[in-house]
Design a protein around this ligand. Sequence first.
Ligand code: ATP
Ligand code: MG
Length: 411
Amino acid sequence: MIQAQKGTKDILPDESIRWQFMEDTAKKVFTLANFKEIRTPIFEATELFARGVGDSTDIVNKEMYTFEKSERSLTLRPENTAGVVRAYIEHGFSRLPQPVKLWYKGPMFRYERPQAGRQRQFHQVGVEMFGSSEPSADAEVINLAVKYLNELGLNDLYVEINSLGCPECRKKYRDSIKEVLKPYLSELCEDCNFRYEKNPLRILDCKVDSCKKIFEKDDIQKVILGDFICPDCKEHFEKVKEYLNSLNIKFSVNKLLVRGLDYYNRTVFEIKSNNLGSQNAVCGGGRYDSLVETLGGQPTPAIGWAMGMERLNSLISDIQDSRLDVFVVSENTSEAFKVAEELRSKGFSAEFDYPNRKFKKQLDKAAKSAKYALIIMDDELKSNTVTIKNLDTSEQVNVSRDDYLCKIGNF
Ligand code: ATP
Ligand code: MG
């Protein structure tokens, strides 16, 4: 038997209601803040990710699904920022009034070791804001992430932020980190040794326990906690924190937060949950002021984030009553069909018994699948009435056929 591939999952009908809830809520929250949806292709030129995500990242080095077609190297998108930036440049969005505010949702692909909270095809929802370098833009996108999570009913989360500074600050920081880590190189993991050459800041992102222990040493802590960002970057960061405070968003500054991708500068942030075990990040993002230019566009400041929807899904509780509104119980199929159609046209979900079984069987089915049974048997047909039965309380009323539609919602 052919089965779903390792690291992929079917989203079955029982669960799709939760996915629709995540998607509907995203649309609602982002639209209110004037973000518009963008849908970009699922595969792109491999080069886009090599340049856009960075060839020293795990994503580009180890995790891409790459294939050849007509001598072109193509890759299933491992994330969507690079694709959105490509579209921004390709469609001349820099000519639109700025900022341009976009959101997306959809599947992403990374060849990782599957485990709880980590799949090979997973889904992200995310936002990107182009054209504003203001700290209020940073606060707005972080605010939007928090708003979205709250609307999903998730409050037990914490926001961590950090500032990586501008390229000059980063260079200063990078040099100090390299210097202080040099004596520890043989104790650091193989990946960290590779990062030491390619992108030393990302060493701080290492999840290996023995590496994390080394970062706790006094001389290293001194560099990490040291003040390496320039006055302009500092002022920017202070302003972001002020706005977050005025929005009552609780956050902490985590100086180890550097994010996995190469393109970030200034503000970076993650939102984590205490209820997720080791894959505890639900949201990651930051400012990426050089990416549009790197990919061939005009210099354009930008900031955004992405959330893992599988991780959100495992956090949201059973919020909704997924039952049908009305099951029409009748031994007259055409009548049942007609009434189901009337109900649907008024916005009630409705069904009836296709094989037209006996009354008792139909009522059993109704009790299993719906909130109300609408009973239309011989008596009702004769008196031009219907009986509405509340299947939670078992109460029932007999009402005129003409005005049952206004009764059903209130019973
Ligand atoms: P992690 O540290 O968990 O690997 P990341 O830094 O690789 O995360 P990003 O690229 O920032 O993650 O993606 C944003 C979010 O997407 C993550 O916070 C996480 O919720 C989710 N995510 C990333 N990779 C996966 C995966 N393989 N399966 C499920 N969700 C994922
Ligand atoms: Mg990762």
